[in-house]
Ligand binder design. Structure first.
Ligand SMILES: [Ca+2]
Ligand SMILES: [Ca+2]
Length: 630
């Protein structure tokens, strides 16, 4: 009897294996909401937010309790998703908004292209601004409509969207919250049209949609607005809730379309967040936000942290997959996996080979069952994240977190301590050391792609504001007189203690000859304090007689320099005693400080304080008084 049962099972396995998964080449729809927290679905017990179609999707498919984001913010997490790499290997590790993929990088879409898939993307790209090597149409997408730059994506009413690097005007829009054409409707409509247009061939429809990410805008006549109209919450919290329910409705519309086209049984649909939830609308009464993105509504157990850091609150995302007839309905899986795993999962189903340098592992055995896929589910030796000065690494239930450059490593056992409240670092130093060693090996220096045309990219960023210059700069600004200075073109920044990359206030702006741009020190994920430094290569041995400085020319004063030291040396890494120290005053006009001449090739400006006593440093222009040695 046992033998017969065994033979029957084996027979079934053989039959399944004889028809490889890849031969069917399923359509793939991946819907990624921006900033939807783990506990913000009604099927997870959220007491406020109504998500009936997502709840239904979970009931008809598989819901994951331990699926994690590739990173805790938008651009880096998208890069992990698209390339199958963890953030120690990716090209987009900055969340500046337009940081590009390199030209040679493969993505899910470029791989699916090789298997004859039609590929479309709709929403927020975040892996390369216009004019760069990272644009989606150069990375496998036949069609991408939406926002290439993330700052552009802050507005639901921009004057235009971008499709394959061309502008698509949106009627009546003036940027910010001001306009007549809600961009998200245009994006969802285009995605549905793409599915319809490609119903007879395998397709990949990637929908990295922008809601419920703020600005929290949704048309007043959207049906989802009605659901929360009378709730006793702040208006912004009602809007956020409506955006969640709007997304839920639109996910349902995608399912309805697949059903109408007869594609349900041959289409795998994923739905997930992009990074951990934020504590939106936090108050004294609701310290973790009104809707409790990271608080288990049943147990009260919290995930520590939120979007932007590498505690569980920054990494936990909702994740559901549905494929009628292939994924057993009603499953809840505790498999520990993350964004780099999406690429190999999809390529396995499409029958495409993976690039050699990915970090992900296919989860097909979990999705389809180990019997149907003919093998057991492999698991990760470790999962790895880095962002800004933060690092985290997880092996099984153990997780080591390095929360910032001047903080100590922490160690948690998530099985016993899901809230990461009990740091075991001093109790279990060997385990921490082993994880740190893995983390060190997982990190490689970042190699970003490049821009050919920064101006077109800046134009997209200004489109958030309807094309207006948002910086608050007056029409006429002060300038740095050039007389007696080393030529600005000859100067080069060789080191900066930090720069506010996300704001486009990079160190280069201190010496770019443009008074309207400025360098600002970083304030995310943490505010870095004095001293701040710039090291400048003078382009050759020079006699330095002083410095000339122009404070930021917009309305702000943050970072405007008070006291500082100047050091000149022959090597960029061997500075001795300062040549001079001085103090600038609080004014927008050019200021100069002349000191005893000193010779050298490299100048270090060390900034010790700010005019208002704040922790930052900023410079619109810095000139070096002196002459190049002959
Ligand atoms: Ca996000
Ligand atoms: Ca400048």
């Amino acid at each position: 009897m046992l033998g017969i049962v065994f033979a029957a099972i084996c027979g079934r396995m053989v039959a399944e294996a004889a028809e490889p998964v890849a031969s069917r080449r399923p359509n793939i729809v991946y819907i990624m909401a921006d900033e939807l927290g783990y506990f913000e679905l009604s099927c997870l017990g959220n007491p406020h937010l109504r998500t009936p179609r997502l709840d239904q999707m979970a009931a008809e498919g598989i819901r994951f309790t331990s699926a994690l984001a590739g990173s805790s913010v938008c651009a880096p997490t998208r890069c992990c998703f698209l390339t199958g790499k963890h953030s120690g290997h990716t090209s987009v590790r900055s969340n500046g908004g337009g940081t590009p993929l390199r030209a040679d990088e493969q993505t899910i879409a470029s791989l699916l292209k090789t298997a004859g898939y039609a590929t479309g993307g709709f929403g927020k790209w975040g892996c390369g601004g216009r004019g760069s090597t990272g644009v989606p149409e150069k990375h496998g997408f036949d069609l991408f409509l939406g926002y290439y730059d993330q700052v552009h994506a802050h507005s639901y009413y921009p004057p235009y969207l971008v499709q394959n690097s061309k502008e698509v005007p949106l009627a009546g829009n003036r940027g910010g919250s001001d306009g007549e054409t809600y961009s998200h409707y245009v994006i969802v409509d285009a995605a549905k049209k793409f599915i319809r247009d490609h119903k007879d061939e395998p397709f990949f429809c990637y929908m990295p949609i922008t809601p419920p990410h703020g600005i929290f805008d949704i048309p007043d006549d959207d049906p989802a607005r009605m659901i929360y109209r009378d709730k006793p919450w702040p208006e912004q919290a009602r809007r956020y809730a409506a955006m969640v329910s709007m997304v839920d409705r639109q996910v349902g519309e995608v399912f309805d379309l697949l059903k109408e086209l007869g594609l349900e049984d041959n289409t795998l649909v994923f739905f997930s967040g992009d990074n951990g939830g934020a504590d939106y609308f936090a108050s004294k009464e609701h310290p973790r936000g009104i809707h409790g993105a990271n608080v288990n509504p049943q147990t009260g157990v919290e995930y520590r942290g939120k979007k932007g850091n590498l505690y569980e609150g920054g990494l936990r995302i909702p994740m559901i997959a549905r494929w009628p007839g292939r994924i057993e309905p009603g499953q809840v899986s505790d498999l520990l996996w993350y964004f780099p795993d999406v690429l190999p999962t999809i390529t396995e189903l499409a029958g495409v080979d993976n690039p050699a340098d990915i970090d992900g592992i296919s989860i097909v055995p979990t999705l389809l069952g180990e019997q149907a896929s003919g093998r057991s589910q492999p698991t990760h030796e470790y999962l790895y994240w880095e962002i800004g000065g933060q690092t985290a690494i997880r092996a099984g239930t153990m997780k080591a977190v390095h929360p910032g450059s001047n903080r100590r490593w922490e160690l948690y056992d998530l099985a016993a301590d899901p809230s990461e409240a009990n740091d075991l670092a001093s109790e279990r130093p060997e385990e921490l050391a082993a994880l740190k060693a893995l983390a060190e090996a997982a990190h490689t220096p970042v190699q970003e792609g490049v821009f050919f045309d920064r101006e077109i990219h800046e134009r997209d960023r200004r489109a958030k504001f309807g094309g207006r210059d948002p910086s608050g700069l007056p029409a006429k600004v002060n300038t740095l007189p050039a007389a007696g200075l080393l030529p600005m073109k000859q100067l080069k920044i060789v080191a900066a203690s930090s720069e506010s990359d996300g704001n486009g206030k990079r160190a280069i702006h201190a010496i770019d000859g443009d008074p309207r741009t400025h360098w600002h020190t970083s304030f995310q994920p943490e505010v870095l304090k004095h001293p701040h430094e710039l090291v400048i290569d003078l382009g050759g041995a020079a006699t330095v007689r002083g410095i000339r400085y122009l404070a930021r020319q917009d309305k702000g004063w943050n970072g405007a320099i008070a006291s500082y030291e100047v050091t000149v040396a022959d090597r960029p890494d061997d500075f001795g005693e300062p040549a001079a120290s001085g103090t600038f005053t609080k004014k927008k006009q050019s200021q100069e400080f002349i000191f005893q001449p000193v010779k050298g090739r490299y100048l270090r400006l060390r900034i010790l304080s700010e005019v208002n006593g704040g922790p930052w440093a900023s410079i619109a222009e810095l000139g070096i008084v002196g002459e190049t040695s002959r």
